[in-house]
Design a protein around this ligand. Structure first.
Ligand code: AMP
Ligand code: ZN
Length: 143
């Protein structure tokens, strides 16, 4: 499979690696939003947030939490964004699941998606759709 993040994980492509263990690797993004912008991936290829097994997602998230603290301290950032783009429409460009750690500074730039307004009738109908979908998986969540 042609995947740049698999190539980085297997060291057939270069990257500025900042953390690695047997299953996960983190490296600097080549098109950073701010300096120190870091990408964290599982070495195994999974397309996105929905297809990575939940146990691995939990481990990856734990590592990302640790790395976010390190990035924040190292870059003296005021804060950071943890971002995961899933699907073309959401801006995903590399289809190997990853978290972005983006260091942020007071007033560096404005990053908020547009917002929509519900009318009073719409709120319950959207909630119903989601609750119906959730109910099909409740056993999995609680089990
Ligand atoms: P996304 O658009 O959320 O899928 O994020 C993919 C990220 O990977 C983008 O921010 C790219 O700049 C970054 N990227 C793509 N190729 C490389 C590479 N060879 N080394 C480091 N980062 C990369
Ligand atoms: Zn891959």
């Amino acid at each position: 499979m042609d995947c740049i993040f698999c190539d980085i994980a297997s060291k057939t492509a270069e990257a500025e690696i900042v953390f690695e263990n047997d299953k996960y690797i983190a490296f600097l993004d080549i098109n950073p939003i701010n300096y120190g912008h870091t990408v964290v991936i599982p070495k195994t290829h999974y397309d996105n947030f929905l297809t990575i097994p939940s146990e691995e997602l939990a481990e990856l998230t734990k590592i990302t939490q640790y790395l976010a603290g390190a990035v924040k301290r190292a870059l003296k950032a005021d804060g950071f964004n943890i971002v995961s783009n899933n699907g073309l429409s959401a801006g995903q460009s590399v289809f190997h699941f990853h978290y972005h750690i983006i260091p942020r500074y007071e007033n560096d730039f404005f990053m908020k998606p547009r917002t929509l307004e519900y009318n009073d009738m719409e709120i319950p109908s959207y909630a119903e759709k989601i609750k119906e979908a959730v109910s099909k998986y409740e056993g999995l969540l609680n089990g």
